[in-house]
Design a protein around this ligand. Structure first.
Ligand code: HEC
Ligand code: HEC
Ligand code: HEC
Length: 134
């Protein structure tokens, strides 16, 4: 019985450490990027889908963009066939940025979090909505 307070103290310390990752993750969950899909073009879509699945786009859009550029500029190909057979015109501006016209609330939302700074907008014109937010 005389060690009861030690056991109790041990338990309290154990609980504090065991639950710490949970508390510290709560802060991170709030800070996570939240890319917005509520652009005029996407709002009008009956079936809201990207050129590939959301999971694919999230993980592979950098590579897809590289492939699009190589296809268009090196091989002169202007059409992309998605994995589900849908055909999309290969164009960064007329496709990606037409639907995702909210650069700040979409592309930048994730990129600031991931600390990457694609330089695409040095040349490709950012959509008007994004410019107005400066
Ligand atoms: C026809 C409109 C349209 C075009 C063109 C388009 N997107 Fe999308 N995109 C969407 C929609 C709608 C979603 C959400 C899909 C879903 O929820 O399943 C999306 C999802 C995404 C996502 C995932 C977002 C997330 O929350 O995980 C990324 C990244 C993305 N698009 C990038 C691009 C890039 C890069 C291009 C050009 C290669 C492109 N999109 C072309 C409409 C489009
Ligand atoms: C769901 C989050 C998310 C969205 C939305 C998103 N990106 Fe990204 N993007 C990332 C992440 C994360 C990386 C870094 C990946 C890596 O380093 O492997 C990245 C990297 C890139 C790169 C490569 C940059 C480099 O330096 O390697 C390009 C280009 C790019 N994104 C373009 C876009 C464009 C254009 C849009 C908007 C149409 C967009 N992304 C929207 C998460 C996102
Ligand atoms: C130095 C200027 C410059 C930069 C920076 C740049 N581009 Fe381009 N890009 C061009 C030019 C010029 C074309 C050719 C336009 C055409 O022929 O239709 C092009 C074409 C493309 C194409 C294929 C055709 C089209 O009309 O969309 C894609 C895809 C593309 N760029 C994506 C990107 C992405 C993604 C980035 C950022 C990682 C980027 N570009 C950065 C100048 C640039």
């Amino acid at each position: 019985m005389y060690d009861a307070w030690k056991i109790l103290l041990g338990l309290i310390i154990f609980l504090a450490f065991a639950t710490f990752p949970f508390y510290s993750n709560m802060g991170k969950a709030v800070a996570k990027p939240d890319p917005k899909l509520d652009t005029p073009v996407i709002q009008q879509m009956k079936v809201k889908q990207c050129v590939e699945s959301k999971e694919f786009m999230r993980a592979e859009h950098m590579q897809l963009l590289n492939n699009w550029r190589d296809a268009a500029l090196r091989r002169g190909e202007r059409l992309y066939k998605g994995s589900d057979g849908r055909i999309t015109e290969i164009s960064f501006q007329n496709q990606c940025l037409r639907c995702h016209s909210n650069k700040k609330k979409f592309c930048d939302e994730c990129h600031s979090y991931a600390d990457v700074k694609p330089y695409c907008w040095d040349c490709h014109i950012a959509p008007k909505e994004a410019k107005n937010e400066h």
